[in-house]
Ligand binder design. Structure first.
Ligand SMILES: Cc1ncc(COP(=O)(O)O)c(C=O)c1O
Length: 360
């Protein structure tokens, strides 16, 4: 059978999600399995979002509002921006694809870090464009290196701040210095999936409105992380109306489902929940720093809800050993694993198991 698969697919490696908890339970005959692999929210989501979903379940036969009018309004009001500058999507992941489809042709270049969020490279390759991958420097995005990689062919630059999986950030000054070097006909995607977890005061302030200063910038955020709505798939971007109007031409008509729209509105209102998650995450990361310092294990201080740890053993081996013991983490690269910061109980458990596995 010879089907006409697009040649771009040849270079694309599929996203490999972590094993679901149920599979690990079955495979190893375990009662209790924790998953600290996908940067999910250990406190689930706001009870108000759950209540909104319950109510909206009455309307499952009805298509969602394709314009997500109320959600746009809620986000616009929350930030004090225009509704025409807001675009909700099916997770911010959908926006990554929409941006690639809107701006990239075969032969164009898109600059990104190595290592960063995996969706960017898939979206770029699918358009037949060329990913230009700039290695991290001290686990941070090498913004000078990325600026130096700009050529006539560059159409898009992906910035992830804080970066997944390293949890590192660049500060306000570094961002502005970088933007000075970027011609304004290049689209800069500023992905802030984890911004709400940042504790470093030098982080770019009021970054949601950076697109007003830099009209070539698209700011991406999500309800999947601090708001805990990953299952519902809802993210949003803030950008100039002119950009969003073009992207809107190719957006699927009903990309954000009914339950997601009402849950996101309710979640946004419950900032007390957001604060609770932030505090728990802060406590968790400090716990990890102390534990790893005591174990003599090196890690990268994080501004996100996950921590990048050098286990000085093959990361896949450590992943399997932890999995056997009912703990799912993410092996990333060589000797590095990424652990999502969980409840304090989960954090203590992963440390105890790591001590066992690493013989510390
Ligand atoms: C940096 C980054 N951006 C975007 C996303 C996509 O999030 P979602 O599609 O759930 O909004 C993720 C998810 O892990 C991420 O880590």
């Amino acid at each position: 059978m010879k089907l006409p698969f697009r040649k771009e697919l040849e270079v694309i490696k599929p996203y490999v999600p972590g094993k679901p908890i149920e599979d690990v339970q079955k495979e190893y005959g375990l009662q209790h399995v924790d998953k600290l692999a996908s940067n999910e929210n250990p406190l689930n989501c706001s009870p108000q979002a759950i209540e909104a979903v319950r109510k909206e379940a009455e309307n499952l036969a009805i298509y969602p509002d394709g314009n997500a009018t109320e959600l746009k309004k809620a986000i616009a009001e929350f930030y004090g921006v225009k509704t025409t500058e807001v675009m909700p999507t099916n997770g911010s992941d959908e926006m990554v694809s929409l941006i690639a489809e809107t701006f990239l042709n075969a032969g164009d270049e898109a600059i990104q870090a190595d290592i960063t969020f995996t969706s960017y490279i898939i979206a770029v390759n699918m358009m037949g464009a060329t990913p230009v991958v700039v290695p991290l420097k001290d686990f941070k995005l090498d913004l000078d290196g990325m600026a130096n990689a700009i050529t006539e062919k560059t159409k898009v630059i992906w910035l992830c701040n804080p970066n997944n999986p390293t949890g590192t950030m660049f500060n306000e000054q570094e961002l502005h210095d970088f933007m000075k070097k970027v011609p304004d006909n290049i689209v800069v995607v500023y992905d802030e999936a984890y911004n709400e977890f940042v504790t470093d005061p030098s982080y770019p302030s009021e970054s949601y409105k950076l697109y007003q200063k830099y009209p070539n910038m698209i700011v991406m955020r999500t309800f999947s992380k601090i708001y805990g709505l990953a299952a519902l798939r809802v993210g949003y971007s803030l950008a100039q109306e002119e950009i969003l109007q073009e992207i809107n031409k190719i957006r699927k008509a009903f990309n954000v489902n009914r339950l997601a729209q009402v849950a996101a509105i309710a979640a946004l209102k419950d900032q007390a929940f957001v604060k609770k998650v932030y505090e728990l995450n802060k406590e968790g990361k400090e716990f990890f720093y102390k534990a790893f310092d005591e174990m003599g294990v090196s890690y990268v201080p994080t501004e996100a809800n996950h921590i990048y740890v050098d286990v000085q053993r093959d990361c896949n081996e450590v992943f399997v050993e932890l999995q056997k013991r009912g703990m799912i983490i993410r092996p990333i690269n060589k000797t590095f694993i990424r652990i999502t910061i969980g409840t304090m109980e989960q954090n203590e458990r992963v440390i105890a198991l790591l001590k066992e596995v690493l013989g510390k």
